[in-house]
Design a protein around this ligand. Structure first.
Ligand SMILES: Cc1cc2nc3c(=O)[nH]c(=O)nc-3n(C[C@H](O)[C@H](O)[C@H](O)COP(=O)(O)O)c2cc1C
Length: 254
């Protein structure tokens, strides 16, 4: 393995940070790498909000499903899918005068998804750049929850969507790579759905890997465990409600 592959193989999410802040050089290097990431049509359809105000970090630690480590992260970056800047630029560019096109004024869900791709690719590039400097990171998906609160806290206009937050800092302790279940992940030419017997095999494999000591009372297999811990939770209900609000808002003129 070369150094890059070794770095990717050894990465794991970091949730405990040394208090030492990132140096200006480290912060700049991470942001520079993120801003060099591939971007659809070279339109840079995202913005990055660096959270430097401790009171705001404290608030996000609560609004992002009560995760106190967010408040202790030396560097917190929100990656925002951003079409607002283009809509604003179109607004001062007399685009009505452009010949031969069907005019439109608000972005659609396709524009949203492509902007999310941009923002996430930039975020993951920041993760890799940080790892190369010995700085760990953890994504916070819950930034997509609480649409109304997060829009206000971060001053987000209509055609933006905070798709990911990253907490970064020097790991407090040595990390071991988290096991990932990689069977059946790569398909050839077309998608293959698993048969019932394969599904039972996967469930047993997952239980062996992630629940070697068994399940809590009332839970009898890994499907039930994930259903109870993730899919059927209040936080996923809030995530779905909130994302519907973001999408509605995105498609509405201000
Ligand atoms: C989109 C996304 C959202 C995530 N949100 C959270 C989060 O809110 N809190 C957290 O502690 N970890 C979060 N994680 C980290 C995952 O839990 C972690 O990547 C996963 O358990 C695999 O572990 P690893 O990153 O150490 O390989 C998130 C990861 C992704 C990709």
């Amino acid at each position: 393995m070369n150094a890059t592959l070794e770095l990717l193989n050894a990465r794991s999410s970091t949730r405990s940070y040394a208090v030492t802040p990132l140096t200006d050089e480290e912060r700049q290097a991470i942001l520079h790498a993120a801003l060099r990431a591939p971007t659809a049509g070279n339109m840079m359809l995202y913005s990055i909000i660096a959270i430097e105000d401790q009171a705001l970090k404290d608030r996000l630690a609560v609004t992002c499903d009560d995760q106190p480590f967010i408040a202790r992260a030396p560097c917190v970056l929100v990656f925002v899918a951003d079409f607002q800047k283009w809509i604003d630029l179109f607004g001062v560019s007399s685009v009505d005068a452009v010949p031969g096109v069907t005019h439109r004024t608000v972005p659609g869900v396709g524009d949203l998804l492509i902007a999310c791709c941009d923002a996430l690719i930039a975020a993951q590039t920041a993760v890799v750049a940080a790892e190369s400097l010995g700085i760990g990171s953890c994504y916070i998906g819950d930034i997509m929850e609480q649409a109304e609160t997060h829009a206000e806290l971060l001053g987000l206009p209509h055609h933006t969507f905070p798709v990911a937050m990253l907490c970064l800092g020097r790991p407090l302790r040595r990390r071991r790579p988290t096991p990932h279940y990689t069977k059946h992940m790569v398909h050839t030419n077309s998608y293959t759905r698993l048969s019932e017997s394969e599904l039972h095999e996967v469930s047993a494999d997952l239980a062996g890997l992630f629940a070697p000591r068994g399940f809590k009372r009332g839970i009898v297999n890994y499907g039930q465990a994930v259903y109870e811990r993730k899919f059927a939770t209040d936080f996923m209900r809030e995530m779905n409600r909130s994302v519907e609000r973001w999408i509605e808002r995105w498609q509405t003129a201000e």
